[in-house]
Design a protein around this ligand. Structure first.
Ligand SMILES: [Zn+2]
Length: 175
């Protein structure tokens, strides 16, 4: 995937991609996103789900900080205290720890492979759905596509299918 999209994901989801530039002895994430640009939206949506609870806790904390000593929205007369803010910060730290670390993102046999460390069943369900979506999404442009080829399998729309019969043969379920 191109550098701009790569950077965009790492900035938007810093906890998931905390190892993006870590040493190759500890992560495969140092190689970046090894697939085409067409899967950007799938990955962006997946990451949004994996990062969401932390982002929610953080927005709540930031909101309380902005309301210190003032009443909260919808609760007339109840002012936000430092204690409320401290409690919200504890929640932010708890959620931060629960965000899994992405260790590798790549294409294999025409579909996305998204590997994490310290994931929950909920995380793996989202990943499984995203990986399935990649199997019907052109890896080059993101339009609806099919898994094609023999031996070397890839997922492409009509426009981005390789220009020969061998490479255009459809991958069937039995394969
Ligand atoms: Zn395409």
């Amino acid at each position: 995937m191109n550098e701009i999209l790569d950077k965009q994901l790492c900035e938007k989801y810093p906890l998931l991609f905390r190892d993006r530039n870590a040493d190759m002895r500890t992560t495969a994430m140092c190689w970046g996103f090894s697939h085409g640009d067409g899967w950007f939206n799938i990955i962006d949506t997946l990451c949004w789900h994996l990062h969401r609870k932390y982002d929610d806790a953080k927005s709540r904390h930031d909101y309380l900080v902005s309301r210190l000593g003032k009443p909260r929205f919808g609760e007339k007369g109840v002012a936000v205290t430092q204690e409320d803010i401290d409690d919200a910060k504890v929640k932010v730290d708890e959620e931060a720890i629960k965000v899994p670390t992405v260790v590798q993102v790549k294409e294999k046999f025409g579909t996305l492979r998204f590997y994490i460390q310290a994931g929950t069943d909920e995380h793996y369900n989202y990943i499984s759905f995203a990986e399935s979506m990649s199997g019907c999404t052109c890896e080059t442009c993101g339009k609806p596509g099919k898994r094609l080829g023999r031996g070397w399998i890839y997922t492409a729309c009509e426009e981005h299918a390789e220009d020969d019969d061998w490479a255009q043969s459809l991958v069937t379920e039995e394969e």
